[in-house]
Design a protein around this ligand. Structure first.
Ligand SMILES: [Zn+2]
Length: 133
């Protein structure tokens, strides 16, 4: 069974078929939906061609169900947080970068952080002991 992805606020399912669906807003105020791969470490993003995202700009990411801002305020404003529920029904925090084109993902369970992506070292200072970069 594959992992599910859950909104931390409304607990709604963010994964539909083969994508994790999030609502995004660009710095210029453009809004659209983005479809992310549910495979951790796969940074392919699908979106409508008219929804333009420029490399390096910081998006705001929202739950498409309850519209909660997913920004991980307590850690870093460039990271968004939601939940990954694994096949054993255990919830992990998943953090992704809100900077377009930045490739990093962190999966956190208790005090353990697994990091993925070539840009993962950018946020190394925001995590404590037990981090293996
Ligand atoms: Zn929600």
């Amino acid at each position: 069974m594959e992992n599910n992805y859950i909104c931390p606020k409304c607990k709604g399912q963010l994964k539909v078929k083969k994508s994790v669906v999030l609502a995004a807003k660009t710095p210029s105020g453009e809004k659209g939906l983005i479809f992310l791969s549910p495979k951790i470490g796969d940074y392919h993003v699908t979106k409508h061609k008219d929804f333009e995202i420029k490399e390096g700009e910081r998006l705001e990411l929202f739950c498409p169900i309850c519209h909660e801002n997913l920004e991980a305020k307590s850690l870093n404003k460039n990271l968004a947080k939601f939940l990954m529920r694994d096949k054993d029904n255990v919830d992990h925090d998943v953090l992704i970068s809100e900077i377009a084109g930045e490739k990093c993902t962190y999966v956190i369970y208790k005090n353990h952080v697994d990091s993925f992506g070539k840009d993962a070292k950018h946020y190394v200072n925001f995590f404590g002991a037990g981090t293996d970069f």
